[in-house]
Design a protein around this ligand. Structure first.
Ligand SMILES: NC(=O)c1ccc[n+]([C@@H]2O[C@H](COP(=O)([O-])OP(=O)(O)OC[C@H]3O[C@@H](n4cnc5c(N)ncnc54)[C@H](OP(=O)(O)O)[C@@H]3O)[C@@H](O)[C@H]2O)c1
Length: 335
């Protein structure tokens, strides 16, 4: 079977992880990545043997000053040599016009507007994206909310839900953003996450509020759900999450009491870059009262959308069923 040729435009937090994940798939080939500036990330990519296609703004010989031995044409050449592009540029930068002009399919990220393409979370709506020219893998937070709420809805039914998002200030490498010393509520309700979940789960009545806090180590969601079919069986909820793909139960009894310990656990598991693409639900935070279910979940913002990008490529290129794609992607990433 010939491999699908994939290009990655934008090689930052998400792009570099997606590029590495593509290289692990037996049905995909990474054609290359773009460089917007020459920096340590591009140098590391060059060292891995990844082909680099500079944006036009970069001067012809500049790569040599950064110890990068060769580059390959320009970003436009990468697009022309690819069957599909994963665009991981910063929010509202996506180069849709380039892809339209060249008739190339593209996957965008959650920082783009919902009308950029079919919104996508693998385990919720893979079929909706079958053969789509443009797909938007929704944000890390929306992805995490959809994974667990879809599972709860399928088993118990969700009348309505509320989630408070406690959001990391910046990614670990990012010295430019904060807060450094304050808790900052998002002073508009609902935050955009609730409406964004509806682009995946149209019938989900979810109201979200959000606070940014001084950490780089994951987001936490505090979720309460009004169930259609109330239960008193906490073990049943635990089993539900245990059997839901890309959801991982974590336990106080194992010494996992914080996002710091989740990420230490990921490193101990030997995960690439210490990533934890699964949504982590603390068993001890699952509570039931009358018809309400409560739980706390943690989201590794740098990695939870990576498997979704791989599945989105297979959906767009009609490569295999959703279940098969999730199986292949999980296996390759050790999920
Ligand atoms: N980080 C997260 O927590 C996270 C989680 C889920 C989804 N997302 C979404 O994923 C997308 C990418 O976010 P990110 O965090 O990966 O961003 P990032 O780390 O800032 O990386 C962006 C990449 O795009 C390049 N770039 C910047 N401006 C460009 C331009 N005008 N043309 C071409 N390339 C350009 C950057 O190169 P230089 O560094 O050389 O400028 C960098 O390689 C966004 O839509 C974001 O909302 C982010």
């Amino acid at each position: 079977m010939s491999k699908i040729k994939v290009g990655v435009v934008g090689y930052g937090t998400i792009g570099k992880r997606v590029a590495d994940a593509i290289r692990l798939q037996d049905d995909m080939e990474l054609v290359g990545i773009t460089a917007n500036t020459y920096n340590y990330k591009i140098k590391a990519a060059n060292k891995k043997g990844i082909k680099i296609f500079p944006m036009r703004g970069l001067s012809d010989k500049d790569h040599l000053n950064h110890g990068i031995d060769s580059v390959h044409g320009h970003a436009e050449d990468l697009i022309e040599q690819s069957d599909i592009i994963v665009d991981c540029t910063p929010k509202k930068t996506g180069y849709k016009k380039w892809y339209e002009k060249r008739g190339v399919k593209a996957i965008f990220q959650g920082g783009e507007k919902a009308d950029m393409g079919t919104s996508f979370v693998s385990q919720c709506n893979y079929a909706d994206a079958w053969g789509a020219d443009y797909i938007r893998v929704v944000s890390c937070n929306t992805t995490g909310l959809c994974r667990t709420l879809k599972a709860v809805d399928s088993t118990y039914g969700v009348k309505q839900a509320h989630a408070t998002l406690i959001r990391r200030a910046a990614d670990p490498w990012d010295i430019y953003h904060g807060p450094v010393n304050a808790l900052v509520p998002h002073l508009v309700v609902p935050s955009h996450h609730g409406p964004d979940v509806k682009t995946i789960l149209p019938n989900m009545e979810l109201f979200t509020t959000s606070v940014s806090v001084p950490t780089t180590l994951m987001h936490i969601h505090s979720i309460s759900v009004d169930l259609e079919m109330p239960t008193v069986n906490i073990e049943g909820v635990v089993d539900l999450f245990r059997s839901t793909t890309r959801v991982r139960m974590v336990y106080n009894s194992d010494g996992i009491r914080s996002t710091a310990e989740i990420l230490e656990y990921a490193k101990d598991l030997g995960r690439e870059r210490g990533d934890m693409p699964e949504v982590c639900v603390w068993k001890e935070t699952i509570g039931l009262k009358n018809d309400k279910l409560f739980y706390l979940q943690a989201i590794h913002q740098e990695s939870d959308v990576v498997p979704e990008n791989i599945d989105a490529i297979r959906a767009a290129c009609k490569m295999c069923s959703g279940a098969e794609s999730i199986r292949k992607t999980n296996l390759s990433l050790g999920i």
